[in-house]
Design a protein around this ligand. Structure first.
Ligand code: NAD
Ligand code: DAU
Length: 336
């Protein structure tokens, strides 16, 4: 099987590419990534020289390139992760979000339809459902009520994928996962940002009163769910992915400070994010009962291991923060 993974140099994508190489060693992975600020090829250094990981720098919205890659490598299935992913950036500048998340997905769907791809896995998000009150959880039937430019663009791509199934018969499966955490997450997202700031004794910016709730899942559990959805999901279906680990932001921040032995006086409550969703919670009953998926990590164990990873791998995030990681592509690939 030859699988096109888009966004394979991002946080989830890079963990997924490595996971697939271990779990399905007979597969060839073609990794198409534009290497935006969030794409870090260095994260995949251990796959250097692996003939079954083919990296291509390019844009998912480049139809000619996608057609060429699909034909050249005999692509059977697509796992579509490439996206602009950060809510705060979407508030500051939504253009790239519409271009990549909406138009990019449309181009990829068209290319997949014309090529007759056997399965298209659309990696969507729980943010398509908007915000919850104090109780209840999102099911696959919850109304779609995205709040931010990011979540609106993801909802658009999610619905485009389903439309390509209903209208053209493309074999599409959509997954909607909750907040991921783990190794190699860009230090703009809550958990790595707080760890890095705490390690530098810098203020930890908590939006609003810190009472917003997110439902956390270890990235490895997301990867295992994506593989299950790819292999066993039913065409045209949506599967929520989550690990029943709701936490208030402030409690996460305090837990990180505790693990690092840093004082809570570093916490700084700052102006709230505009349109800030109050609470997310995923009901993962469908993927658990229908596809037999279960997460392997508890949040307590996962956050401890993740904080440890950032402490032990300062070289990785220091190169991200200084911008040095961008040179890796130039030295490894441009000169060939
Ligand atoms: P990320 O920002 O870390 O990585 C995104 C990757 O996509 C980067 O490598 C980037 O270079 C690449 N990319 C961006 N625009 C591109 C383009 N036009 N063409 C090709 N590549 C491009 O994001 P992430 O957190 O790893 O998220 C991956 C996917 O999972 C996204 O679709 C996101 O919406 C979804 N998701 C994320 C979470 C989460 O908690 N992080 C939860 C649910 C769903
Ligand atoms: O739910 C899935 C989504 O989770 C994904 O689709 C997105 O791609 C991913 O970025 C993530 O979105 P969030 O907005 O929930 O993640 P973020 O890490 O940006 O913020 C988590 C919570 O922490 C949110 O309530 C805002 C808050 N926050 C965030 C930052 C960066 C702070 O209080 N301070 C901060 O500095």
């Amino acid at each position: 099987m030859n699988v096109l993974v888009t966004g394979g140099c991002g946080f989830i994508g890079s963990n997924l590419v490595k996971y697939l190489r271990r779990a399905r060693p007979e597969w060839t992975i073609v990794n198409l990534d534009k290497l935006t600020y969030a794409g870090n090829l260095e994260t995949l250094k251990e796959l250097e020289g692996d003939p079954q990981h083919i990296f291509v720098r390019g844009d998912v919205a480049n139809r000619e390139l996608v057609d060429h890659l699909m034909a050249l490598h005999g692509i059977d299935a697509v796992m579509h992760l490439a996206a602009e992913s950060h809510v705060d950036r979407s508030i500051l500048g939504p253009d790239a979000f519409v271009k990549t998340n909406v138009l990019g997905t449309q181009h990829l769907l068209e290319a997949s339809r014309e090529r007759g791809i056997k399965r298209f896995l659309m990696v969507s998000t729980d943010e398509v459902y908007g915000s919850l009150g104090p109780t209840g959880a999102f099911t696959e039937h919850s109304p779609l009520q995205p709040s931010s430019p990011y979540s609106a663009s993801k909802t658009s791509s999610d619905l485009l994928a389903l439309a390509w199934h209903h209208t053209y018969g493309l074999d599409v499966v959509v997954t909607r996962c909750s907040n991921n955490y783990g190794r190699y997450q860009f230090p703009e997202k809550l958990i790595p940002l707080m760890v890095v700031n705490a390690l530098h004794d810098k203020p930890l910016p908590v939006y609003g009163d810190g009472a917003n709730v997110r439902d956390w899942l270890h990235v490895d559990d997301h990867c295992s769910a994506l593989l299950v959805a790819l292999e066993k999901g039913r065409a045209g279906q949506v599967y929520n992915i989550g690990g029943n680990s709701e936490r208030r932001n402030i409690d996460i921040v305090k837990a990180i400070l505790g693990l690092l032995g840093k004082p809570e006086s570093l916490i700084k409550f700052v102006k709230d994010r505009p349109g800030h969703d109050k609470r997310y919670a995923i009901d993962p009953t469908k993927i658990r009962t229908e596809l037999g998926w279960t997460p392997a990590h508890t949040f307590e164990q996962g956050i401890q291991a993740t904080v440890r990873w950032y402490v032990d791998n300062a070289a990785w995030w220091e190169r991200v923060m200084s911008g040095a990681y961008r040179q890796y592509f130039d030295t490894q690939y441009k000169t060939r």
